[in-house]
Write a protein that binds this ligand. Structure first.
Ligand SMILES: Nc1ncnc2c1ncn2[C@@H]1O[C@H](COP(=O)(O)OP(=O)(O)OP(=O)(O)O)[C@@H](O)[C@H]1O
Ligand SMILES: [Mg+2]
Length: 227
């Protein structure tokens, strides 16, 4: 049974970008910074970023509720995990360079598993997103994909802010976000890893975390590989 508290958190997380965008639009409506459009560009950029986050949150909520609905049938097909991982990493390599995070991989070719469409993207996407987001400047992220017997193993390691044992114990709960000085300015909703864990459980896989504060985190998972 879903706790009513979750809806309070969700409503808050949906309202806060709306409040922000509304107040930015009011600044423009009242021409607080003059008639020319240029001075408003930073707040337009902020508005777009907040709306983008909001859309990601809504997508995550839809995915999360689908995972939790046992009556939904899933169409499983062979997914190329190696290719998916490389595509996501390339996206990050071409993305924001300002933090100078080195992205490395050790990915065996042609590793596949049976999963629903887009689900491997979601799993790897959320893990890699966290490894970049909770990293430090000049840090590194390493993604490993290997076949081990009947299973495939995926590990996403970072050299970031890490977590205490207490924080790790809450990591996979819905809307769990670690609140401390290091995470204060990092945006997120706390659904990413709940989605990852929900998907891994659907496939009878395993997921585990190893983390040391200020040293980094490694999330490793196993899934049954395609024969
Ligand atoms: N690699 C990591 N290093 C340090 N802390 C992490 C890492 N991954 C997750 N966390 C902590 O666990 C929390 C939950 O992670 P999760 O991915 O579920 O949510 P999020 O990143 O906050 O938001 P979302 O993924 O929904 O945008 C994060 O807020 C962060 O505090
Ligand atoms: Mg996340």
């Amino acid at each position: 049974m879903t706790s009513p508290h979750i809806f309070t958190v969700l409503a808050h997380d949906l309202k806060s970008p709306l409040n922000a965008v509304e107040s930015y639009l009011e600044i423009m409506q009242n021409r607080i910074m003059g008639e020319s459009l240029d001075p408003y560009m930073p707040i337009l950029e902020k508005s777009i970023a907040r709306l983008h986050q909001m859309r990601e949150l809504i997508t995550d909520v839809v995915v999360w509720s689908r995972i939790r609905d046992p009556s939904l049938s899933r169409e499983l097909a062979t997914q190329d995990v190696s290719k998916t991982a490389r595509l996501i990493l390339d996206r990050y390599r071409k993305g924001d360079m300002t933090r100078n995070i080195t992205i490395s991989d050790d990915i065996e070719d042609g590793i596949t598993c049976k999963a629903g469409s887009g689900e491997i993207d979601l799993i790897l996407g959320h893990l890699i997103d966290n490894a970049v987001k909770y990293n430090r400047n000049n840090g590194s992220v390493t993604v490993t994909v290997r076949k081990e017997g009947e299973c495939l193993t995926i590990a996403v390691a970072d050299t970031g802010i890490g977590m205490t044992a207490e924080e790790q114990s809450r990591l996979f709960q819905e809307f769990a976000r670690m609140k401390n000085d290091k995470t204060r300015n990092i945006p997120g909703t706390g659904l990413g890893l709940a989605i990852v864990k929900g998907l891994i459980e659907l496939y009878q896989g395993t997921i585990k975390v190893r983390s040391v504060p200020d040293r980094g985190t490694t999330i490793s998972l196993t899934l049954l590989s395609d024969p």
